[in-house]
Write a protein of this length. Sequence first.
Length: 311
Amino acid sequence: MKKILFDQKSKTSKIIKLIEPSNIKCLSNKLALDILKLLLKESSYPNLIAKKLGVHEQKVYYYIRQLQRAGLIVPIKEEKKHGAVCQYFGLAAPSFGFEIPGGKSTKLDLEDDQKLRDFFYEFIKDGVFDGTIVVGAPEQHGPYLTSSRDSHYAVQLAMLLGNFCKLPNKFVVKLDTETKAENAIDRNLIIIGGPVTNIIAQELNERLEVKFKWQKAWQFYTNRTKKVLAGEDLGLIAKIKSPWSNLKSVILLAGLKFEGTKACILALTSYYNKILQNFKPQKDYYAIIRGLDKDGDGKTDNIELVEEFSI
């Protein structure tokens, strides 16, 4: 369970994870506390933790299990190193605490969801956004000589991200043409728009399990199910390990048309509980979304999850 700790003096808030008081006893050991402090800086795996702390690997494994049982750390991802699979661990939350029953509480108008935080985990480092949002250039460009009509949707996404991370000192948004010219792809990327209007999405397309394909009209083709889906209101939400850097991740929010891109943004900002129920942090994730106009005003206001899978 998570709650918000609000500082009346500074008017700032912090997300804390509530744990059972009995689970804190494992932190009475110095090594367990040292492991927790190390994972506060960055995620890591037991062998590397043991080397950094100068202790036997078996001791680290023991306290990793203790910290995991206590709900203080969680597995983040797996990577192959020297023929072996290394499991990385990270903190389950930025802060922890326990609550005495019967205390007063004040409801704040700020919603938090663990699935959503897990989805953006790699993009937040020490409470600061760590990545680049790539939007299509507004002028004609790329092999299809198109101009982007969905770049402004990034503002809606940024409003969501602002709930749980700060801006870094550098600018976090780049045009696809800038990103291409600077070869700035070896980082965490959030790509807005599909391969027609975003040339970085075009380069990514062939690496996806759900591909954008042209056959009289743009369609989605799913390698896994061999399904072909078409419609202006369809969009793809994908999160995969970066094909350009093993330690980075890429999120793609893209529609067959700009209406589909809007549906993806709406799904992630307003209906994430609906689409991320089966999201697994260690796996690549794909969700095909359909935008719906439930109130009949001609604008997308709801979404339908058409297909979803992790690999």
